[in-house]
Design a protein. Structure first.
Length: 240
């Protein structure tokens, strides 16, 4: 691995900042000061320092979390509890960040990772990775509309109040007043806005699945654990 990439990932700084840091003579590899951003480094073997302080290699980790209501999906917040506050100290890393976001009052499956490529794969709009939600709704007009009509509107792409037309989405009733909605995009407050467009109102929202991975049954609200290799593979499944 290049030294500038190593420092960028472990110090959570941009690649350009890491490059400038190395060129200014602030970094050393195995006791030798260097000004070469491309100098090879062996993660976990090479001894890297910055300003004389060790910069140990921390392997990438990915966590699955059952996000509870009442906390924000952010790394830091001046006034609110964040999802990072729920992560046990043993798994906290400077680069650990949520892949995407859930609203403060939304619950369910959330991925946190130090792997920038995985974060990008789970959130980039061009991938259209499906995400499945359960929405508890109210509204006489929506509740009186038959499932086939609602499913057709969602499949055609719901037009939001501001004129934005969503990508085709899945809809079905799971129980009276409980809708299963599957999206292949991630606009702000999208499920709530789509439900509003069909004359309903979301009372509670829960994310059940991302890609081919459903929220593990062993995850209680507010808890998290390391993702298994099989779960990481399932996350990337598009299901279409």
């Amino acid at each position: 691995m290049r030294l500038d990439r190593y420092l960028s990932e472990q110090l959570v700084i941009s690649r350009s900042q890491a490059t400038a840091l190395v060129r200014s003579g602030r970094a050393s590899v195995d006791g030798e000061r260097t000004r070469k951003p491309g100098q090879p480094v062996r993660p976990g073997t090479s001894e890297v320092t910055c300003d004389g302080e060790p910069v140990p290699w921390v392997p990438e980790i990915t966590l699955l979390m059952h996000k509870p209501a009442g906390c924000v999906t952010a790394r830091l917040d001046a006034s609110e509890r964040t999802v990072l506050d729920l992560v046990p100290a043993t798994w906290r890393r400077p680069a650990l960040a949520p892949a995407g976001r859930l609203d403060k009052d939304t619950t369910g499956l959330l991925v946190l990772t130090t792997d920038g490529q995985l974060n990008h794969a789970l959130t980039h709009p061009a991938r259209h990775l499906p995400k499945r939600y359960l929405a508890t709704v109210e509204g006489p007009a929506m509740l009186a509309t038959d499932e086939a009509t609602l499913a057709a509107r969602f499949a055609d792409g719901v037009a939001l109040a501001d004129g934005t037309r969503c990508r085709p989405a899945g809809f079905r009733w799971r129980a009276p007043g409980v809708a299963e909605i599957t999206l292949a995009e991630g606009r702000t407050h999208q499920v709530k806005r789509m439900v509003a467009a069909v004359e309903g109102h979301v009372l509670a929202l829960h994310r059940e699945a991302i890609g081919g991975l459903a929220l593990p049954e062993d995850l209680a609200p507010g808890s998290c654990r390391l993702a298994s290799p099989e779960e990481l593979l399932a996350l990337s499944e598009r299901g279409d």
